[in-house]
Design a protein around this ligand. Structure first.
Ligand SMILES: Cc1cc2nc3c(=O)[nH]c(=O)nc-3n(C[C@H](O)[C@H](O)[C@H](O)COP(=O)(O)OP(=O)(O)OC[C@H]3O[C@@H](n4cnc5c(N)ncnc54)[C@H](O)[C@@H]3O)c2cc1C
Length: 241
């Protein structure tokens, strides 16, 4: 059985829109020997929130690592759901220096080393596994041709903006396209990522497409890629629900 670690919260960054926390980026101390691959996830829990159906256990929920395995902390980017579960509890109670429980790593979603042309497509907090992959690639150094298409609602919900825009400036092999679906003030592309994919995404049998986002976005993007002639084997989807 995988060990259960108690990890100190190093920092919390809230993304606030319309007076409400939409996302929390939580940095935790990385436990000794916690090895994982970019794209994997961990189970998180708060020591004080028990599972009502099995009160001897905490309420565990899965979250992908946003940090790179090469970094000496763990980072999670969490959508706050007002459904009375763990994420709402974190929003209401979590403070720096508190501890969270971490179990893992789990999952088989990862970037195949052999792929040299990769298109990442994310919506909302679906950017999380790709942050881990991009951070790892750029920390190691890479010649792969990379593109990221990122859809978010508005500028307040644009996760990791500075870091991603920085990568696009620093790395000529990384192209970054973003789309705001609900922001009249947004100076860039307005709408969903699909038209951007038609126009700018790399095409060819050696290009691989990694998708993570809400079920609706995932389905629409996958259908769109198929209409662009992408073969199903080249589409790699992370299904959170
Ligand atoms: C592999 C994987 C990776 C993921 N990665 C991410 C990620 O990186 N970022 C992200 O934002 N999301 C991610 N998700 C989605 C994330 O796991 C869900 O959004 C998360 O489960 C929400 O948890 P929640 O408890 O707040 O809400 P919910 O899962 O909606 O749970 C709320 C429900 O839990 C029940 N409940 C509430 N309190 C208790 C209690 N004390 N005991 C028992 N039941 C209770 C109630 O029925 C309530 O309606 C991932 C999912 C998967 C499968």
């Amino acid at each position: 059985m995988l060990a259960e670690h108690k990890c100190k919260v190093l920092s919390i960054k809230n993304y606030i829109d319309n007076g409400k926390t939409i996302y929390k980026v939580i940095k935790l101390e990385k436990p000794e020997g916690f090895n994982y691959e970019a794209g994997q996830f961990a189970m998180l829990a708060h020591p004080e929130l028990k599972n009502k159906e099995a009160p001897e256990n905490p309420l565990w929920r899965p979250f992908s690592m946003a940090s790179s395995p090469l970094q000496d902390f763990l980072e999670f980017c969490i959508l706050i759901k007002p459904t009375g579960g763990l994420t709402q509890f974190l929003e209401e109670h979590l403070k720096e220096s508190d501890c969270l429980l971490v179990k893992g790593p789990f999952g088989t979603y990862r970037l195949d080393e052999a792929f040299n042309k990769v298109v990442f497509i994310a919506t909302g907090s679906g950017i999380t596994p790709f942050m881990s992959m991009l951070r790892t690639l750029f920390l190691k150094g890479t010649d792969k041709k990379l593109q990221l298409f990122y859809g978010f609602r508005n500028a307040n919900q644009f996760l990791y903006r500075e870091e991603l825009e920085g990568y696009a400036k620093q790395h000529s092999n990384f192209e970054f396209y973003c789309a705001a679906s609900d922001d009249p003030e947004w100076p860039g592309f307005k709408g969903y990522v699909n038209p951007l994919l038609s126009e700018h995404a790399m095409k060819g049998s050696d290009v691989h497409y990694y998708i993570c986002g809400s079920p609706v976005a995932r389905e629409s993007i996958t259908k769109h890629l198929l209409t662009l002639g992408v073969s199903e084997e080249n589409i790699h989807i992370e299904r959170w629900v």
